[in-house]
Each structure stands twice: as C-alpha cells, then as structure tokens.
Design a protein around this ligand. Sequence first.
Ligand code: SF4
Length: 258
Amino acid sequence: MSGRRTRLAAYLDQRRRMGEPGIVPGGLAPGELLKLIGERVEAEKSVAAEKRARPRSTGPKAEADPKLSASRIANADYEDLHNAAMACTRCRLAEGRKTVVFSDGNPAGRLMVVGEAPGAHEDASGLPFVGQAGKLLDLMLASVALSRKDSVYICNVLKCRPPGNRNPMPDEIEACAPLLKRQIELVAPEVLLAVGSFAAQWLTGSTKALGRLRGEVYSYQGVPLVVTYHPAALLRNPGWSRLAWEDLQLLCRIMDSK
Ligand code: SF4
C-alpha cells in the first residue's frame, strides 16, 4: 500500500474510532474510497507511461527554416515579422533560448529604443528591459515624459539571449540584423534611441566606443538617432548618469522639434 493510502486508511480508522465511520467525501464507504483512489493512481501511472513513450516534439528548432529568408523578412508585415522571429533559427542563439524577445511598448510610439540583447529576466519573460535595468530605463523615459505603454517601442539588436549574457558575436548580429531593419521600417518611429554600444555601433555604422559616439545626432535611414549608455552600464557606473541625462535632453529637443 502506498504512503498516501496508508495515511488515508489511518485517518479513516481514527475517525471510525471517534464514531464517525461514514465521513468520507461523496458519502462513500472507506473501502470504496480506497478502491477508487487505487484505480486513480493506476490510471495516472498509465498516462505518465504513455507520455514518456511518446516521441518528443523538438519545436521550431527542429524544423528547417526555409521560409525565413532575407527576402521574406524584407517584405514581411508586422505580424508576419513577429511570427517569423518567434520561430527563427538563423543563428546559434536559437539553441539555448527559452523565448524569443521581440518587443515591448507601443508599435505606434514616437520613440523607438534599441538595446543590445535579452538577459536572463528577458529570456524568461519574453519582454525586453525587465529587471533592474528595465526599471531604470522606465525611469529615464519618465524623466522626459515618455513611457513604454504610450509613446515608446522597445526592442533589441538580438532577439535571443547570448549564453551567460556574453557579448553578441558579429555573425549573430549579422544574422539578426534583417529582423531589426524590417522592425524599424514597420514601426517607423519619429526618433531612435540606441542604448549601449552594440545598438549604437550597428545603427550609426561606426566602430567608435560609445563614449565617443554619444552627444551627437545621427541619421538612420532618415530617422534622427541619439545614442546613450545602456541602463545596465549606468547601474554599474552611476557617475555616467549626468551624461545620460544630457543625452535625454538632446533626445527631448529633437522630439520637441517634430
Ligand atoms: S538571435 Fe535573431 S537571428 Fe539568432 S535565432 Fe534569435 S531571432 Fe534568429
């Protein structure tokens, strides 16, 4: 007899000794209830065995991905692009991800924020910029009267998490770039804000360090572009906050002029 059934039998014996032999759910006699539990346990065992015997689905990663060609991405509408990204296997990061982190915020927002890549929190939640860095980004946006709910669309250069939060590799950025390129075309923001060096370098086309890139207004395909520090870097280096504030003021001036 299993431990569960033994405990139940002991409980029923105790109730019987207390003069309440019939108090069991559904008005069943204790023997009948034990029989039903036994049958249920056997049924559950058999379902579990059947599940173990079934071949495992390996999901989208197991499928070849012939549809997600550069030309399909370049011509996708927003929904198609989103669906394509969710099944994307264009680079090795598909192997270790929990989720594809496509975007958050308002696709009709005036500002598009582009970060680097999902971290552990983002990989688990499927949303970009959650955790402490996400909270700081929200505060930075709120300081210039912007919010991801109403006026900001947020995404990353890479849609899948690099293992151990390592830096993105050049071939991963190259593989994912068509998705970001099309995402920017479809969202068509008034202004772009690149946070962190990988986003800043990809959007400006420069290899300069972020500290040398910030402070100027660039143009990405005709869209004004400002670059600033990644919130995670600001958390590690609070002394850069004043520079980030100046970048946000620059962003504000551009948005006010629109
Ligand atoms: S990082 Fe980009 S290119 Fe690589 S698998 Fe994810 S969505 Fe595809």
